[in-house]
Design a binder for this molecule. Sequence first.
Ligand SMILES: [Cu+2]
Length: 166
Amino acid sequence: PSFRLLYKQVDVPEYDMTIKATGYQWYWGYEYSDEGMEELAFDSYMLRGEDRLARAAELKRPVEEYPRLLAVDNELIVPVGKVVRMQVTAADVLHSFALPAFGVKIDAVPGRLNETWFKAEQTGIYYGQCSELCGKDHAFMPIAIRVVEEEQFAAWAEAAKSDVDA
Ligand SMILES: [Cu+2]
């Protein structure tokens, strides 16, 4: 039975959207690949020290959503209930894209485009970390995915497109 599960996990189902994650020393870059969303690309860095609390206050969100070593400046935003195909690669050394809540863990390899997928059943914030030792700040390049309602996602995507800094 475990083999059947492994096969199913690798098999990307019919997907609603595609996002490419690129591992860098030491942050993640995200690109939305679907038609009309091509301009949507940004980098995601860990928030250090006071920046976490400042961000929570700025966005009027609970501090618990900005845990130490996991909170980032630009979260990856995805709609709830949609199959997201994740393409994962790296630009310098090996990294690994791991998101325990979704059962996702896949190597980010320079020169190779790996593929995985997830479908978030509930809104909320989900965290992961780089899981391949990649140098000095390996421990400090977290993954933060915020799952929102579809309308919220559309509004965010529209606003983020015109905001290079998104
Ligand atoms: Cu890394």
